[in-house]
Design a protein around this ligand. Structure first.
Ligand code: PMV
Length: 318
């Protein structure tokens, strides 16, 4: 029987998280080392409208009709049905799996939704464009994050590095000189929505200070884009370090993140910072290719629960 399968990568925010929620630009790249996968199969003699959802990784097995109306999967599936002007799906089974750690700033929620939207719409007879998939994925992102900037669904559904600014056309990020990064996990889950709300409350109390932090980050992002395009790795590293200081001032870092960031820098990484919502989750270190293994070991010795080495590249890489 035909199965409709789709996958979506994880993602890393290079620079600009949080400020991007307030209209500043940010840089993000897909992370193909980890991915989410969705498979939809028809149930030929099943009851019309009956859709069984199986996601063993999160111990979920439920019928679509039984999911809470605020469940991100329900929101995403309904968004697809509405987009295709259908009221209910033919009988089917949706199987979801993912190797992306949850609540760690690597885009797990957006990747699962993106894969589900792509596989489900194909099952219903429509292959959507990446931008259509991204827009539908954004509906579920609102449940995960509250007020998402849209950067996660955009980078994940487009599967390409991006320069992202809310409300403006998405610009592909050129990476003519690929570089390496080590990602280190603190092992501490950190729901992005909570950290984003914390920043919102802090900004309400002190708008001038927070607006100035966001504006400084926006400037760093623009310089980092130029550094990436010119292959200026040391300059990019410095900019990542400055971005990290501003994130610390914003109150979204944590002792565990800073411990790993300091270890990476002391080990010789030209730049290191938290990535994503912060307060836990992951940090990233910019490294030379021949340093990657060593920095990964340094991070593990410093207490990282897991590390990943990734080559950051764009379509124009040679
Ligand atoms: O999903 P995370 O943890 O990578 O966070 C996304 C980045 C934020 O700027 C913190 C939130 C957003 O919606 O842009």
């Amino acid at each position: 029987m035909t199965a409709f399968t789709a996958s979506a990568p994880g993602k890393v925010i290079l620079l600009g998280e949080h400020a991007v929620v307030y209209g500043e630009p940010a840089l993000a790249v897909p992370l193909f080392n980890i991915q989410a996968r969705a498979i939809v199969r028809a149930v030929p003699r099943g009851n019309p409208g009956e859709m069984l959802i199986q996601a063993p990784d999160i111990e979920l097995e439920a019928f679509f009709s039984d999911l809470d109306s605020h469940h991100p999967l329900k929101v995403a599936l309904l968004a697809v049905l509405e987009h295709l002007e259908m009221t209910s799906p033919p009988a089917c089974v949706l199987n979801i799996s993912s190797t992306i750690p949850i609540a760690s700033g690597l885009g797990s929620g957006a990747a699962v939704t993106c894969a589900v939207v792509r596989a489900f719409s194909a099952f219903l007879g429509q292959r959507l464009t990446d931008d259509q998939v991204s827009q539908l994925t954004y509906q579920a992102e609102k449940i995960h994050h509250g007020t998402p900037s849209g950067i996660d669904n955009t980078v994940i559904c487009r599967r390409q590095p991006i320069y992202f600014q809310a409300g403006k056309p998405v610009e592909p990020l050129r990476i003519p000189h690929p570089f390496f990064m080590v990602i280190g996990s603190t092992g501490i889950p950190s729901p992005t929505g909570e950290v984003v709300s914390m920043v919102r409350r802090a900004r309400e109390k002190n708008p001038a200070r927070y607006n100035s932090l966001f504006a400084s980050i926006g400037k760093i992002v623009k310089s980092a884009r130029t550094a990436i395009e010119d292959g200026g790795l040391n300059e990019l590293g410095e900019l990542m370090n400055t971005n990290q200081s501003l994130l610390e001032d914003m109150g979204v870092s944590s002792p565990e993140l800073e411990n790993l960031i300091t270890a990476a820098r002391n080990g010789g990484a030209p730049g290191a910072k938290l990535s994503g919502g912060g307060k836990g989750g992951n940090m990233i270190a910019l490294v030379e290719e021949d340093q990657a293994q060593e920095i990964s070991s340094v991070l593990l010795r410093a207490g990282a629960v897991e590390t990943m080495i990734t080559r950051v590249t764009g379509w124009e890489a040679v």
